[in-house]
Design a protein around this ligand. Structure first.
Ligand code: 6MZ
Length: 337
């Protein structure tokens, strides 16, 4: 099964750029861009992927600071983007939607950040067999004005790069900020035909969950704390839940893998996609996530193929791109014993 899953052409729809650098790539990045590494750095890397049992979601967010230091320069960000794309391609991911919050610092403006990631995506297209799209992220822990700037940049960049910039992600620590405050910025993005991928119900916040469902979205990130009626509504609207198994377990938002809502979604034949979230921070790959699903819920090969096809269906890709991906998957499965 593992061999089959490794080779299976997969589609990744929920991957945060700075969370997707695995430890080896972090080392590579640090060595290439910042010179030889010290023993202290290796210890830091080990701590990066270490999660104590019962870790809290807040602790995950502290981990990103480590990578953010490495991607704070144009050169670091550019190389990190290439490494992330390379690592997904290595795992036979044929399509990835990366999401990232443009950050401003002494080296870069938010515009320069976005341009750097965009340029790195364009260069990587010639190097790896993978299609890459980009969703600029709004970090809910930051001020509304920053969200407005990010949406304005996304709209502007999407007008020249509509093949790459396809939507907006709403993420960040769900214990910070209020969704309601970001609604005008998100409405603006929607008005300009950008798709919305919202982190929704990652924590138990019934009022906010209701607001988000009413507001609408193209895809729902995590959906852990949705109520029955929430699940039913998403199913009726054909809105998939981006299920990130390892992320949910390690960050403690789902008690154990046996009770993960993927099972419920499979049984209800509701829309869902398997994703990694932060393959670096959570030390996983999309193959690992599929394998975990097969081991835990007894998914068959056909169910895994159906899941990867479902991801194609929910990708923010064109009809032609979807057709090509389906053909690739079909051709792989036909060659299997
Ligand atoms: C919510 C998350 C997340 O943007 O610097 N991020 N937001 N829930 C999660 N579940 C664990 N995992 C990552 O990538 C890292 C950023 O993505 C968001 C956080 O804002 C984090 O700082 P970028 O590329």
């Amino acid at each position: 099964m593992l061999k089959f899953l490794r080779g299976l052409p997969k589609v990744e729809l929920h991957a945060h750029l700075n969370g997707s650098l695995n430890t080896d790539s972090i080392r590579e990045l640090a060595e290439k861009v910042y010179g030889a590494q010290t023993a202290d750095f290796s210890t830091l890397c080990e701590q990066f992927v270490k999660f104590e049992k019962g870790a809290k979601l807040d602790e995950c967010f502290e981990k990103f600071g480590f990578v953010h230091k490495l991607t704070a320069t144009k050169q670091g960000l550019e190389y990190a983007t290439e490494l992330v794309i390379r690592d997904f391609a290595k795992d036979h991911v044929i399509y990835v939607e990366l999401r990232t919050t443009p950050k401003a610092n002494e080296h870069m403006s938010r515009r320069a950040y976005l341009q750097t990631v965009l340029d790195a995506i364009k260069s990587a297209r010639d190097l790896y067999e993978i299609r890459v799209k980009l969703l600029p992220s709004i970090n809910r822990g930051e001020p509304i004005e920053v969200a407005e700037e990010i949406v304005a940049l996304a709209i502007e960049f999407a007008s020249t790069e509509p093949d790459i910039i396809v939507g907006i992600d709403f993420s960040g620590n769900p214990n910070q900020g209020k969704f309601k405050d970001f609604m005008p910025a998100l409405s603006e993005a929607k008005k300009h035909d950008l798709k919305l991928a919202l982190h929704c119900a990652e924590v138990d916040n019934p009022l906010e969950i209701r607001e988000m469902i009413k507001f609408g979205m193209s895809r729902c990130g995590h959906g852990t704390y949705l109520t029955e009626s929430g699940y039913e509504h998403l199913k009726e609207e054909n809105i998939p839940i981006e299920c990130c198994l390892t992320s949910n377990i390690k960050s403690g938002t789902v008690a154990n893998i046996g009770v993960h809502h993927l099972k419920q979604l499979m049984e209800a034949d509701a829309p869902k996609v398997l994703c990694t979230d932060d393959s670096g921070v959570f030390d996983t790959t999309l193959t690992d996530e599929f394998f975990l699903a097969t081991e835990t819920f007894g998914l068959t090969r056909s169910q895994c193929i159906a899941l990867t096809m479902e991801a194609v269906e929910h990708a923010f890709a064109t009809r032609e791109e979807k057709l090509l991906m389906k053909m690739q998957i079909y051709s792989y499965t036909r060659r299997q014993p």
